[in-house]
Design a protein around this ligand. Structure first.
Ligand SMILES: C[S@@+](CC[C@H](N)C(=O)[O-])C[C@H]1O[C@@H](n2cnc3c(N)ncnc32)[C@H](O)[C@@H]1O
Length: 229
């Protein structure tokens, strides 16, 4: 099945509200657990005040978890959609007593220059969840990684993977979003069609000179890219 890209930025009010209200906690925790495992397998402790970036952070669900799990690090969530950043900031304002090491920045990674990235360089950890498939040119993610990561930075990128047939898309939609609000049903289908396969991601990494990262399938619908830069 051919890839069918979807719009990059999620600025539509119905999308922002649906994402902010949805319970993605199982997937979000699983991303952070994979990151913790990657770091613990390296036997390295992150120094305090390390910078952790969450690219394409949306309403901030994963950024908030990262900030709680790494209280002595500074977490920055980046998103190109101003409405998502407003929603993330609203949520953060409500939790500001508990979360003090998190902030958000509005940056469109497909259309930014080095000056826009000054404050977010030299990151010790770069994470993204459900971001890669939004990019029309996937090299945007790998170029961002190369510009923003400190040497030896940890990478953990989780995304959907594209099924080989439309019948598999139907089956996944039936399995996972048949009861969800219509915006999420529509977006889940569009995201599966826009996602990359493991082979395509391996090709992207080779082109970017990042073949040291590992790409693996997770369950029936995800892929995960991890390693150190
Ligand atoms: C499916 S959401 C994922 C949100 C969040 N990471 C999560 O796990 O729920 C993808 C996010 O990537 C953002 N995005 C897409 N293209 C982007 C770009 N070029 N620069 C920055 N953010 C982008 C969208 O605006 C959207 O908020």
């Amino acid at each position: 099945m051919q890839r069918c890209p979807e719009p990059e930025l999620m600025n539509a009010p119905d999308q922002v509200i649906a994402y902010a209200e949805a319970d993605f906690s199982a997937g979000d925790h699983s991303v952070v657990e994979s990151l913790l495992e990657l770091i613990s397998n390296s036997c390295i402790t992150l120094p305090s005040a390390s910078l952790i970036l969450d690219l394409g952070c949306g309403p901030g669900n994963v950024s908030e978890l990262l900030a709680s799990c790494f209280p002595s690090s500074d977490v920055i969530g980046i998103d190109g959609a101003s409405s998502m950043i407003s929603m993330a900031n609203q949520r953060l304002f409500a939790k500001r007593i508990f979360i003090q090491n998190l902030q958000y920045q509005h940056v469109d990674l497909s259309h930014c220059c080095l000056d826009d990235l000054q404050q977010i360089r030299d990151a010790s950890v770069i994470v993204s969840n459900s971001f890669l498939h939004h990019l029309h040119n996937p090299q945007t993610l790998w170029d961002s990684v190369k510009q923003l990561a400190a040497p030896n930075a940890f990478m953990l990128h989780r995304d959907l993977r594209r099924p080989s047939k439309e019948q598999e898309v139907d089956a996944l939609c039936d399995r996972y979003v048949s009861e969800a609000p219509s915006v999420l049903q529509r977006d889940f289908r569009a995201s599966l069609m826009a996602a990359f396969t493991v082979v395509e991601v391996c090709d992207q990494l080779e082109l970017a000179g990042l073949s040291q990262f590992m790409v693996k399938e997770i369950g029936d619908r995800y892929l995960e890219i991890s390693g150190r830069w």
